[in-house]
Design a protein around this ligand. Structure first.
Ligand SMILES: [Cu+2]
Length: 198
């Protein structure tokens, strides 16, 4: 009797897992190269970085699975910074303009939200996942982004800013505390646009 409950439970669990996996949709790709010339004003440095990210939509089925919020899985590799790496963020701001910090990628300054990873000295690769609670967390360092209207947890507005080209990735160093290398973010449509899922 107990064994049959176990078998039924396992079958139901496998079914739920399968449905969830089928509903994971690639909703956009980001692939940027950070350089000093994109800083405002431009910085002359031999440093560079790659920032790659995928916007993941996990779409639920009404009455079957819970609708899970979108998340962004990212990876960044950087090398040859001329100063000591201090922190890295996604900022809100159009090309050629400095804007406020909205998402912390790493920091060595103790100024990020709890759980923010440290920034190793390069060459290094770091990874993370951005979720709604990571958008402009309610800490002093993100006050600028909130003054620009991107408030704590405003996920849809964050995605809209990404897609509008109104965000950038920045790596700050001891030599250039305002940023040594930077790249504006552009989102390429993911496989969802082609009607496929995986
Ligand atoms: Cu920054």
């Amino acid at each position: 009797m107990k064994r049959s409950y176990f078998v039924i439970g396992a079958v139901v669990l496998i079914g739920i897992v399968t449905i969830t996996v089928l509903a994971v949709v690639d909703a956009g790709r980001i692939a940027q190269r950070l350089i000093g010339y994109e800083e405002v004003p431009s910085v002359s440095t031999g440093a560079s970085a790659r920032f790659n990210a995928t916007i993941i939509n996990t779409v639920g089925f009404p009455g079957v699975t819970t609708i899970t919020p979108t998340e962004i899985q990212w990876e960044m590799s950087y090398t040859a910074l001329e100063g000591t790496v201090q922190q890295s963020h996604i900022h809100i701001g159009q090309k050629g303009v400095n804007g406020g910090i909205t998402v912390f990628l790493c920091t060595n300054l103790g100024n990020g939200p709890a759980g923010t990873q440290p920034c190793p000295q390069g060459p290094a690769t770091i990874r993370g996942t951005i979720r709604p609670e990571d958008v402009s967390p309610n800490i002093a360092a993100t006050a600028g982004a909130r003054q620009q209207g991107l408030n704590t947890g405003e996920w849809d507005e964050f995605l809209a800013a990404l897609r509008a080209g109104a965000t950038y990735v920045n790596i700050h160093s001891s030599t250039w505390p305002g940023g040594e290398i930077r790249s504006q973010i552009a989102v390429q449509d993911g496989q969802m646009a082609a009607g496929a899922s995986h």
